[in-house]
Design a protein around this ligand. Structure first.
Ligand code: CMX
Ligand code: CO
Length: 167
């Protein structure tokens, strides 16, 4: 981990000095019983979840735990005939997708499309927490379902530990 500030590596695409992916926003884990999973994770991590949201349009309910600057996302299916419901039926519980932060989902989609990477979403759409997201086909990332995540412009939380004292 380098603490050296600035834009880092200088020999890449000048428009994308850090590459396409800026960080891990969340790791999504499909679970059969959301409430039971939340209690199990709460006990193991020693901290309560920071967010819960039902995304009816996608047939899921998510619960987020903080992991540094990222989140661990537990995903429960709103029914058996939903994408996460079918995933659980076929593969059982486990990692469902990885959400990567990008500066702009629209620009990232354009770049991936130009590279011939197969997309699931051809255009950005709303995700949870006011984010903008798009899913990329797992064929393009060796079997891993990838979600591109663009943060909403405002600061996420008042108790953000950004100004943590160095003791
Ligand atoms: N891991 C690996 N492969 C997966 C996968 C997963 N989790 N989910 C789907 N796939 C595969 C499918 O097998 C399928 O493969 P083939 O094309 O070879 O048949 C392909 O990916 C497309 O899947 P699909 O379900 O047929 O495609 P849809 O367009 O119907 O749906 C997707 C794609 C990813 C949106 C949907 O499957 C899904 O998972 N939706 C839930 C999204 C979600 O997690 N939302 C949470 C809130 C959003 C947020 O995080 O902000
Ligand atoms: Co997600």
């Amino acid at each position: 981990m380098s603490a050296g500030g600035g834009t880092g590596h200088g020999d890449g695409d000048p428009g994308l000095p850090q590459g396409l992916l800026l960080g891990i926003d969340h790791v999504g884990i499909a679970v059969a019983d959301l409430d039971a999973a939340v209690e199990q994770y709460r006990a193991a991590l020693g901290a309560p979840p920071v967010h819960r949201e039902r995304v009816g349009s996608q047939g899921v309910e998510e619960v987020l735990f903080r992991v540094g600057d990222s989140y661990l996302q537990l995903l429960g299916a709103l029914g058996p005939e939903t994408p996460v419901g079918r995933f659980l039926d076929k593969r059982g519980e486990g990692v469902h997708h990885v959400g990567y932060r990008v500066a702009s989902v629209a620009a990232a989609l354009e770049r991936l499309r130009a590279q011939g990477v197969p997309l699931i979403d051809e255009a950005p759409r709303p995700g949870s927490r006011g984010t903008t997201i798009a899913f990329v086909h797992p064929k393009g990332f060796r079997g891993v379902l990838v979600e591109l995540v663009q943060e909403p412009p405002r600061a996420p939380a008042p108790e953000d530990p950004g100004a943590r004292p160095t003791a």
